[in-house]
Design a protein around this ligand. Structure first.
Ligand SMILES: *[C@@H]1O[C@H](CO)[C@@H](O)[C@H](O)[C@H]1NC(C)=O
Ligand SMILES: *[C@@H]1O[C@H](CO)[C@@H](O)[C@H](O)[C@H]1NC(C)=O
Ligand SMILES: *[C@@H]1O[C@H](CO)[C@@H](O)[C@H](O)[C@H]1NC(C)=O
Ligand SMILES: *[C@@H]1O[C@H](CO)[C@@H](O)[C@H](O)[C@H]1NC(C)=O
Ligand SMILES: *[C@@H]1O[C@H](CO)[C@@H](O)[C@H](O)[C@H]1NC(C)=O
Length: 192
């Protein structure tokens, strides 16, 4: 019986304490943004430092969302909109397709460059995609063009649509095609 007196926490309180600790950790987790969305939004922030300037808070949705995201009201909120128009962003859009709750993606009036970001055709709930007035080139995926539920705004780029028969091949695409033909011809000659 002497041994029990040495124990700093009375034995009968241990289950109560454990329960309280468990409860604390559960409530703490409940009020954080979905970790997949956090990872993807962190990627977007690191690609475009101009966005990060105004989002010093660790969690993108809680307690107050970043000025350029919209979140839903789930216990673990999902990000449902990226409102990144007019942010002076330059460069290539990083693949954030894991944010699959997105309904609105707006990167209009920036300086996004290079080919059309094909991952943008992967969002199952997308209602609005606005990439107007950037510096994008290449071909818009058919699945986006054909999505009747999508409000698609792409004016002010150098994009072409896949049913456009005057869609010019870029120099890179032309070289790729030529290289492919040469390789095929070589293979056929070797086989013969
Ligand atoms: C967690 O969120 C719920 C509902 O959104 C709220 O009622 C509760 O007070 C929050 N808990 C903490 C620890 O912020
Ligand atoms: C950050 O956002 C808040 C509200 O959205 C705005 O008032 C503030 O001027 C912004 N700060 C910067 C540095 O962009
Ligand atoms: C926009 O970004 C460029 C660099 O990409 C920078 O030189 C310029 O100052 C920025 N403009 C504004 C208004 O922040
Ligand atoms: C588009 O890219 C070209 C060449 O990289 C650049 O000179 C031009 O300023 C860009 N347009 C916009 C709107 O940023
Ligand atoms: C747009 O991006 C291109 C390539 O990154 C860069 O050369 C150009 O200066 C940018 N234009 C503006 C207005 O930031």
């Amino acid at each position: 019986m002497k041994n029990t007196k040495i124990n700093p926490v009375p034995v009968q309180f241990i289950p109560v304490l454990s329960f309280l600790l468990l409860l604390l950790s559960v409530t703490a987790q409940k009020n954080a943004t979905n970790p997949i969305d956090v990872a993807a939004v962190t990627l977007v922030r690191s690609a475009f430092p101009a966005l990060g300037l105004n989002s010093t808070l660790a969690d993108p949705c809680l307690p107050t969302p970043y000025s350029w995201v919209t979140c839903n009201s789930d216990d673990n909120p999902r990000i449902i909109a990226l409102n990144c128009g007019n942010k002076n962003l330059s460069g290539v859009l990083v693949d954030f397709s894991s944010m699959d709750a997105l309904e609105i993606i707006d990167f209009s009036n920036n300086n996004l460059t290079q080919g059309f970001p094909d991952f943008l055709s992967k969002f199952p709930k997308l209602k609005e995609l606005n990439l107007a007035h950037n510096n994008l080139s290449g071909t818009v995926p058919l699945s986006l063009e054909n999505n009747k539920n999508l409000k698609l705004t792409l004016t002010g780029n150098q994009l072409c649509f896949s049913d456009d028969d005057v869609c010019p091949l870029s120099l890179k695409e032309k070289l790729k095609t030529i290289a492919f033909v040469i390789v095929m011809a070589a293979c056929i000659i070797i086989l013969l």
